[in-house]
Design a protein around this ligand. Structure first.
Ligand SMILES: Cc1cc2nc3c(=O)[nH]c(=O)nc-3n(C[C@H](O)[C@H](O)[C@H](O)COP(=O)(O)OP(=O)(O)OC[C@H]3O[C@@H](n4cnc5c(N)ncnc54)[C@H](O)[C@@H]3O)c2cc1C
Length: 417
């Protein structure tokens, strides 16, 4: 959830909060600002989340592969091969994977070669390989790790297509169009995976909660400190305002939030809204993709590459290069900036299938565990984790995020019904 979205929602929720205390319904202005007000009485009975630090079963750390200009998707000739790049999808790799794969495979198919090598078996490599197979190509994945051991499965795992995907200035207007193409294609493809056994792809109601009404500053552009400069002057992003936001380009296909007014707000906070959120159940989805790949005749070779010259001995003449953040070393792409993020996992709670965001912590109850992530607990917005490549778990950070959710539920009064 982007901070500015949260504030936009809070504007509407704030209006509603003021009216709710007098027992009124949300105002038309509030509803219009947010989407609409939920139909009265449509909030289901919510089982509390058992968020306690002594329930932690895993802490995962991931580095978002961020490039200021957006993902690298160009084509070059190296070591006698045509190399199609597909890496650097920031905090949006799961969400944009199918769309990015569609573009990369388009470039590969244009060579008219039948045999294609895909380097990497994270979510970008695997969807690229499957897309290539579906296009009738003969595909071998060469990879150091299979999906369950990649950085991909250390993500949060929800639809976040413009999360730290690029900087507005550095990416330029052309990338905005490419982003829209990728986002629409991915969203459509994910629909093919809904309603399947094991729910590889699913939806959760996501509740965005806040205690405080917005003030005028929340709706002004994100403040920047001129003394800090910006990416152009320092070579590193310096404020949230530099990060691109493209979500409004696809608002026609993404479910809108509903304002939860009065008795329809089940949480012990003043301001709440509900939005359906697409989620990825890593276990079920990962297994399904690997199974589909093998069934369609794909091959996997475990191999580590050390320099681009290593490509020379591959039998394939076309390579789709999907190494994620590792491109910083193995392809020497120093434009990649690490953006650290950490998730904690508690035992699954299938009786509580929903998600929420509160005070910079996010919770998603998934089939493979309850995921809790502190995405903005220090008020840094999009700058949280930028430039941080420390890939070890931070227990204190995990406990802080879980504590936020725990505190919420100690004040929560479950409803009957
Ligand atoms: C905390 C956090 C939360 C996130 N949440 C979300 C989310 O909710 N939604 C979303 O869309 N995105 C999210 N992301 C972003 C997403 O995880 C990444 O964009 C995505 O995982 C990148 O996938 P990838 O396949 O490019 O890279 P990786 O998963 O890193 O895969 C790279 C592959 O290349 C292989 N490889 C690398 N180097 C070599 C080499 N030299 N030789 C051989 N093989 C090699 C690796 O073994 C691996 O198989 C999140 C990221 C973080 C950090």
């Amino acid at each position: 959830m982007k901070r500015r979205d949260l504030f936009a929602a809070s504007l509407a929720a704030g209006i509603a909060g003021a009216t709710r205390r007098r027992g009124w319904a949300a105002t038309p202005e509030a509803s219009a600002a947010l989407g609409r007000t939920a139909l009265h009485g449509t909030i289901p009975h919510l089982v509390p989340i058992r968020a306690h630090a002594d329930q932690i079963m895993d802490i995962k750390v991931c580095l978002r592969p961020f490039r200021p200009a957006g993902p690298r998707m160009d084509v070059e000739r190296v070591a006698g091969k045509t190399v199609v790049h597909n890496y650097g999808h920031g905090g949006s790799g799961w969400s944009l994977s199918w769309g990015a794969a569609h573009i990369a495979v388009g470039h590969a198919a244009a060579t008219l070669e039948r045999r294609v090598a895909v380097i990497g078996c994270g979510i970008i490599g695997l969807t690229s390989a499957l897309t290539a197979l579906r296009a009738g190509l003969d595909v071998t994945i060469y990879t150091r790790d299979l999906l369950p051991h990649t950085r991909s499965v250390r993500a949060n795992g929800s639809w976040t297509p413009d999360s730290r995907i690029a900087l507005t200035q550095q990416a330029g207007p052309e990338f905005a169009k490419t982003w829209e193409q990728m986002a629409r294609y991915s969203w459509q493809t994910y629909r093919d995976y809904l309603g399947l056994p094991g729910n590889p792809i699913d939806f959760r109601d996501n509740y965005t909660l806040s205690d405080t009404p917005p003030d005028a500053a929340d709706h002004a552009p994100t403040p920047t400190d001129p003394a800090k400069g910006n990416f152009a002057t320092t070579g590193a992003p310096q404020s949230s305002a530099e990060f691109a936001e493209y979500a409004s380009r696809i608002s026609d296909i993404i479910p809108a939030p509903e304002l939860l007014a009065g008795a329809d707000n089940p949480f012990p906070v003043g301001y709440a809204r509900r939005t359906p959120l697409m989620i990825y159940n890593f276990g079920a989805y990962g297994h399904l993709l690997l199974e589909e790949f093998h069934q369609a005749g794909g091959r996997i070779v475990i191999r580590e590459f050390h320099s681009p010259a290593d490509l020379a001995d591959l039998p394939e003449r076309v390579v789709i290069n999907c190494p994620g953040y590792a491109a910083r070393d193995w392809w020497n792409d120093k434009s990649l900036i690490p953006i650290r993020g950490q998730t904690s996992w508690l035992p699954p709670q299938p009786d509580a299938p929903y998600a929420l965001e509160y005070k910079g912590a996010a919770m998603i109850s998934k089939s493979d565990g309850v995921m809790i992530q502190g995405y903005d607990m220090y008020g840094l917005g999009e700058m949280d984790g930028v430039g941080n490549s420390f890939e070890h778990p931070d227990r204190a950070e995990a406990e802080k995020a879980i504590g936020i959710i725990e505190d919420l539920f100690t004040r929560f009064q479950p409803r009957n019904g």
